[in-house]
Design a protein around this ligand. Structure first.
Ligand code: ATP
Ligand code: MG
Length: 676
């Protein structure tokens, strides 16, 4: 049997083919959800390599998540011959880190969001110590610093653009905090995520030679999800793309959902101004969703206060009973209803009067597996109750959440411990491991060490190396002795671990530090540990690459295993670009959609609407919108109303489902009768 060669053009429609074959000028592909934008992009890269003999080295594809980059590489592999090298497909963060390393900044490592917040808190503490009063919460200041960096503003710049004078945060004050924060990062030789972008923008815009070198290397540049670019990312693409670069950007203005992080859909419009000879191609045919789902989602966007972008897509996939709205009494009943529905659609057995999920007329498969289902929500906090109910019901599921993978109690300490033994730790890692039971070091001792650490502007390795040679003046001998014993223990670990692989190192620390009991305490932590060890395997002895991988997995989907036969639980944001046969959007309630944390918070209703649109258009065959009458939010039980967005969908497209939760006395489980 000879394998049929993949047909790069044959699997595309006319518009898509045109986009793949376009030559000689920048290309902008605008299209609604499911129109095959990402697919077209991938095929265009394959076409460049296979038909136009472009070298993979000259191609760069920037994606929004690592998962998307990986998927693109996998798809390319299937389109190309085995011997053909693959182009660089990476997120902006990964690309920038690579560029910075290539330019000689090899000392720096990256901190994650959690660590960033700790750095901001320390900066605030130090500013306060100097007698300056700080009223604003660390989170708010942290956001402002991030926002400044996203606008490519450094501490010495005028920061009035991001300062909030109404909260008495003027530019000068913000400069002080920002400067202190930056000094702390410098001391520990760290970049935060925003630094990666900021430094590369500065580098490319100021150094003509370096810029030209990259321009010559990346002759063909692709950017998916272009509507979610922020200023820094836009400037990087711009700097890398002189007019003769074959730049191809792809997106959908109606799906822009990251305004809160500084993205601006206007860069989409600006593209045509920047590159006057841009060819614009629109894709109009949707290959993903049943027409009812598309029609309903279009009604959501149509009600938009700003003009919809006119990227209406149409589908030939007919569906009956594709869109259901379900009301439940409480969030628990909601979770049970979702779980029951999934069970019924999988089994198809023992269901009441209606054949739920049976859509034979459409030719859509009815023998579904767990991985065909996604449960989406507006906030991560909503996942807990769903996960608990699913666990009781024995429904295999996965929560896509970076925090779940790396920040769980036990896992975080384990990673910190490994970093410290690898001379790759920061003070905060050390703090985490001295707080482990049995370290012999109390808070007082640590605080003395910390003060000394900041006074001397050491890195952690320097500090640990020096602490034994230069006794800390403030520390009494007893404390000093215990501290040195602990430091000796770390050195001992180092020696024992020197020859080991990453996986073996993790196991060694797991067994020798008491972290194992923390991890074993919780089933989910145990699973996260198994996943971590499995991931580590692929890295052999390359521990620093392992750390880099962890920190560059910035998206919730990055730590998620899409091959598992499990129901997906994720936020609406994380679902961008993905598709599932059956989608539940839970918590379709006012105050979730649009999301409102507090009374006086300003909300971007249009962006919330677009987010709802993105979530709806993930569904292929069936879409369920669920809402509850009462929900516990921030510890208080409150009455909930249905989201005003749902009212924008015409009644004729919706099947209303009523659920009644009945408690059976014998079994303690909540039993549900649907459609009574
Ligand atoms: P989103 O806006 O959500 O990112 P998209 O425009 O990137 O969507 P894709 O994910 O590329 O859309 O495609 C949606 C689905 O349609 C995928 O399953 C893809 O394989 C399929 N598809 C796209 N084009 C075609 C085609 N010409 N023939 C068959 N299937 C197609
Ligand atoms: Mg896409």
């Amino acid at each position: 049997f000879e394998k049929k060669p993949p047909d790069i053009l044959g699997d595309l429609n006319e518009e898509q083919r045109q986009a793949v074959q376009h030559e000689g000028s920048p290309l902008l592909i605008i299209a609604g959800p499911g129109a095959g934008k990402t697919r077209t992009l991938t095929h265009r890269i394959a076409y460049l390599i296979k038909q136009r003999n472009v070298s993979a080295e000259n191609i760069l594809a920037v994606t929004f998540t690592n998962k998307a980059a990986q998927e693109m590489k996998d798809r390319l592999k299937s389109l190309l011959d085995d011997s053909q090298p693959l182009p660089l497909a990476a997120t902006f963060h990964a690309l920038c880190f690579q560029i910075l390393k290539e330019q000689g900044n090899t000392e720096y490592s990256i901190i994650d969001e959690d660590e960033r917040k700790a750095f901001v808190s320390e900066a605030i503490r130090q500013v306060k110590e100097r007698g300056i009063s700080v009223e604003l919460k660390p989170d708010a200041l942290s956001e402002m610093i991030s926002s400044a960096k996203q606008h490519i503003l450094e501490p010495q710049d005028d920061l009035s653009l991001v300062a909030l004078p109404e909260h008495e945060i003027n530019s000068a004050f913000l400069q002080t905090v920002y400067q202190t924060y930056q000094a702390l990062l410098e001391q520990e030789i760290r970049y935060d995520y925003d630094d990666l972008i900021l430094n590369v923008v500065k580098l490319l815009e100021s150094d003509e030679k370096i810029r030209e070198a990259y321009q010559n290397r990346f002759r063909y540049i692709f950017a998916d999800e272009y509507q979610d670019l922020n200023q820094g990312q836009y400037r990087i693409i711009k700097a890398l793309s002189p007019s003769d670069t074959e730049l191809c950007v792809i997106g959908d203005p109606d799906q822009s959902i990251y305004g809160f992080r500084g993205s601006d859909v206007r860069y989409f419009q600006r593209f045509v101004n920047d590159y006057q000879d841009t060819k614009v191609i629109r894709l109009t045919r949707n290959y993903r969703s049943a027409e009812t789902i598309l029609e309903a989602s279009h009604q959501i966007i149509k009600a938009h206060s700003i003009n919809p972008s006119g990227t209406r897509v149409y589908s030939n996939i007919k569906g009956i009973q594709t869109l259901s709205v379900l009301e439940a009494a409480t969030e628990k009943a909601e979770a049970v209803a979702v779980g029951k529905t999934i069970e019924n659609m999988i089994g198809g057995m023992g269901f009441h009067s209606i054949d739920f999920g049976k859509t034979e007329e459409t030719g859509i498969r009815t023998d579904r597996g767990f991985s065909d289902f996604a449960v989406l929500y507006r906030t991560n906090a909503q996942s807990q109750v769903i996960s608990d109910i699913f666990k009781d019901a024995g429904i295999p599921h996965q929560i896509a959440n970076r925090e779940h993978a790396y920040n769980r109690k036990g896992i975080a300490e384990l990673i910190s411990f490994l970093k410290v033994t690898e001379d790759a730790g920061i003070l905060r890692d050390f703090q985490k491991i001295v707080s482990l039971p049995g370290s012999g070091i109390g808070k007082k001792t640590f605080d003395i060490f910390k003060a000394w650490f900041y006074q001397n502007t050491f890195t952690l390795d320097q500090a640990l190396a020096n602490v034994k040679r230069f006794p800390l003046p403030e520390m009494d001998t007893n404390r000093q002795r215990k501290f040195c014993t602990f430091v000796d223990r770390i050195s001992e670990f180092k020696k024992n671990m020197a020859e080991k692989s990453v996986e073996e190192k993790l196991m060694f620390l797991f067994e020798n530090t008491g972290i194992s009991s923390m991890i074993k305490e919780n089933v989910k932590t145990g699973e996260a540990f198994d996943d971590l060890v499995r991931t580590a395997k692929a890295f052999g002895v390359r521990t620093s690459d392992f750390f880099e991988m962890i920190v560059l997995q910035t998206n919730d989907t990055d730590t998620y295993d899409f091959n598992a036969e499990k129901v997906t639980l994720m936020t609406m944001h994380a679902a961008k670009g993905l598709e599932f046969p059956v989608v539940f959007i839970t918590g379709c309630e006012k105050d979730y959609l649009p999301f409102k944390r507090s009374e006086d918070e300003e909300i971007d209703i249009d962006e919330e609407r677009r987010l709802f649109y993105v979530a709806m258009t993930r569904a292929k065959d069936r879409l369920f919108l669920t809402h509850v009458k009462k929900r516990t939010v921030y510890g208080k039980t409150v009455q909930r109303e249905i989201s005003p967005f749902v009212a924008d969908i015409e009644q004729r497209l919706i099947t209303l489902e009523k659920i009644q939760a009945k408690k059976r006395k014998k079994e303690r489980q909540v039993q549900l009768d649907l459609f009574n």
